[in-house]
Design a protein around this ligand. Structure first.
Ligand code: FES
Ligand code: FES
Length: 152
């Protein structure tokens, strides 16, 4: 089947199998490998992207539901190579450990700050709940988000 949608602010059309998911289409058809596969069952958040501005788990998102929608991946945060404020804060706070969950963490955080530039600590914790980090970088993640929100 053919699916037309907007990917990182550009219109695209892609031919995929009927059972294709957004995650594997991004990785295999568009070589956007910043979005990671981990659990594959919507339990970890490593594959998080934005769909019409909301964070979603791309590993379970069927391509047949993507027609006409807007998808943003981690690559959209630094289109010209300039880091997004969240990515800068991530470096300053030395958030990444193994790094595997980080793309999903940053996309989840970016969705929060788009809608609420000054979230409370509780709002951050609540919003980030469900994006798992096996390295346990949760406190650093919260600090990095607070750093960006305090600048806005
Ligand atoms: S890989 Fe999608 S939620 Fe874990
Ligand atoms: S940095 Fe290793 S899983 Fe989060």
């Amino acid at each position: 089947m053919k699916v037309s949608f907007t990917l990182n602010r550009e219109p695209v059309v892609v031919e995929v199998e009927d059972n294709a998911t957004l995650l594997w289409t991004l990785r295999d058809k568009f070589q956007l490998t910043g979005t990671k596969y981990s659990c594959g069952i919507a339990q970890c958040g490593s594959c998080t992207v934005h769909l019409n501005g909301n964070p979603v788990r791309s590993c379970i998102m069927p391509m047949r539901t993507i027609e006409g929608k807007e998808v943003l991946t981690i690559e959209s945060l630094s289109p010209d190579g300039d880091l997004h404020p969240l990515q800068e804060a991530w470096i300053e706070e030395q958030v990444p450990q193994c790094g595997y969950c980080q793309s999903g963490q940053i996309m989840q955080a970016a969705a929060l700050l788009e809608k609420n530039p000054n979230p409370s600590r509780d709002e951050i914790v609540d919003h980030m709940d469900g994006v798992l980090c096996r390295c346990g970088a949760y406190n650093r993640i919260i600090r990095a988000i607070q750093k960006v929100s305090s600048k806005s």
